[in-house]
Design a protein around this ligand. Structure first.
Ligand SMILES: [Zn+2]
Ligand SMILES: [Zn+2]
Length: 270
């Protein structure tokens, strides 16, 4: 994504301690998940030059605390009109107390318009009630986000083809997980079809998802126990290289820090 692109993604933090990504067009600012405290999400938005009061929607992937923790307070405090977009299963599982804002339901496969963004939800495979990922388009650019999924579903495969920025889970290195300190049942859960994508899974996904438009790959939800940034990045870079694609790879860290574009435009905080 170059400096003239119409869509910007700011990875405010990713991992089991919290997840939040800001997607910014010329007119619209939305969050995918809000899994830190409201105060922390605001602080990170402001550090990226984004005004929390301009958030017009939070797109929720699923009900786990590391994805929904701050939503209710964030919307109440900063953006009372904020639409909280979630599947009915996610809303039910989260309970009415956990999600705030103005509830907007979405079904996997549905498209939705928020400001100048077109949003499509697609089914993911995770130990949650009705989890989804999102394909977000605006200004001639598309970003796809698929995290917390044990396998790449056919719907994800369809939705993530031809994106400009692919944010895909690279949770663990299988050998590090197998030999690591996690209890057996947790290892089984992570490795299951309703768990998390490994680096190797993400690399395999690139073979079907990497198209001519792809400009950037971001690995999401890296485990600090069962993976390293260097391993995740190397596995994905090597696969892209083998596919003949010179596409930069970043790993979204728990503290954030990846921004596809320097701050600019009308959404800057005053
Ligand atoms: Zn998670
Ligand atoms: Zn989860």
């Amino acid at each position: 994504m170059d400096s003239t692109s119409g869509l910007r993604a700011v990875f405010l933090g990713s991992g089991s301690a919290g997840n939040c990504t800001a997607i910014v067009s010329d007119e619209t600012l939305v969050l995918v998940d809000c899994g830190f405290s409201a105060r922390e999400v605001s602080r990170r938005l402001e550090a990226a030059g984004l005004d929390p009061a301009r958030v017009s929607a939070v797109l929720v992937t699923h009900e786990h605390g590391d994805h929904v923790r701050g939503i209710e307070v964030f919307c109440r405090r900063h953006s009372p009109e904020c639409a909280v977009v979630a599947t009915s299963g996610t809303r039910r599982a989260a309970g009415s107390a956990s999600l705030g804002g103005s509830a907007q339901s979405i079904r996997p496969g549905d498209a939705l318009r928020i400001g100048d963004l077109e949003i499509v939800a697609f089914r993911t495979s995770h130990d949650a009630e009705e989890p989804v990922g999102y394909r977000i388009s605006g200004g001639g650019q598309t970003i796809g986000i698929a995290t917390d999924t044990g396998v790449l579903t056919p719907e994800a495969r369809e939705a993530l083809r031809d994106v400009d920025v692919l944010a895909i889970e690279g949770n663990h290195d299988v050998r590090m997980l197998e030999q690591g300190p996690y209890p057996y049942h947790l290892k089984r859960r992570i490795l299951s079809a309703k768990g998390h994508l490994s680096n190797a899974d993400a690399a395999r996904a690139l073979e079907v998802l990497a198209g001519d438009r792809l400009k950037r790959v971001v690995a999401m939800h890296r485990s600090r126990t069962n993976n390293t940034s260097a391993i995740a990045a190397t596995v994905l870079r090597e696969r892209l290289k083998r596919l003949g694609l010179a596409v930069p790879v970043d790993v979204a860290e728990q503290h954030g820090g990846i921004d596809t574009r320097p701050p600019q435009g009308s959404l800057l905080a005053p």
